[in-house]
Write a new protein. Sequence first.
Length: 403
Amino acid sequence: MTDAFIYDAVRTPRGKGRPDGSLHEVTSVALSAGILNAVKARNNLDGHAVEDVIWGNVTQVGEQGGCLARSAVLLSDLDERIPGLAINRFCASGMEAVNLAANQIRGGAGQAYIAGGVEMMGRVAMGSDGAAIAVDPTLAMKTYFVPQGISADIIATEYGFSREAADALAVESQRRAAAAWDAGRFAKSIVPVTDRNGLTILDRDEYIRPGTDMATLAALKPAFRDMGEVMPGFDKIALMKYPHLERISHIHHAGNSSGIVDGAAALLIGNADFGRAHGLTPRARIRATAKIGTDPTIMLTGPVPVTEKILRDSGMTIADIDLFEVNEAFAAVVLRFQQAFDVDPALVNVNGGAIAMGHPLGATGAIIIGTLLDEMERRGKSTGLATLCIASGMGAATIIERV
């Protein structure tokens, strides 16, 4: 099969997903067009240079509805002959866009793609598009549906993670993210967001709280206890699925869960002929991709079986991976991954993660692949794995190798 290479990876800073967030005035299509323009300018892409723009976004309603990918192409400086495909695999949408682009190239369907995603969570509220698994009782009852926060607490209960362990991971995420920014480790890939007059709106992730410590987090109330124990009582549903548990331990709160933010990210993926034709040097090869379905109640354990699958399919072991990016949707997700593979925490999310910098749903999968590549280059490492848990019980993963 034809090799698929990463030629570039860029992202916006992540803004607080609230009305007072710096990116609140920017629409999803405008932020997407801006990041597409950055890929075009950085790589001198003229004319019909890429086969397609594959763009992930989760809440596909209102200004994020329709085919946002095509709208972004038309608003951008890209050639109008380039089409667009909007996709939704929940939190892995940005990664799935990259994986789909890579596999199209590997199969011979075009020489190059721009792939990534966007989510403006402060403008288009998560869940505002509805979901059958949450609102259709025939499906909700069959799957023992509970919200993601309850699922995260089920993981903590099932696998024995304390609140102290979750909070310690969160404090470390904040420390690593602040250190990475101070050291300029994100500078290579960050594209500042500007207004129509060219004035900078945001050039740094603004969700980070570097002064976070264990005492600060200890003061926070568990975010999902009331919906679990009182109304509407989701713990009872969870315990029907997991009767061996006496009760659900509610350890997650705003400080050890991913932040609600706005952001976008894009990767330029192409084959060797594309690179030669445009005078570009490949940075990494996408060695393998994988996706998997998992238990929809506990929902967020997908990074473990999908990593097992991608390693098995690639003929690799966990020891062959130099660095890991595991999306910090909730602290227990990362703790479970480290527990399952006995991975050194010093190799996981080395520059912090979504607990510190936020999780712009449709963009995060592309963000963590780019972050992984930048750090592999900085450390001189050869192989990295990025993975995410996914709503309703799925997992996705990508393995990249430097070239």
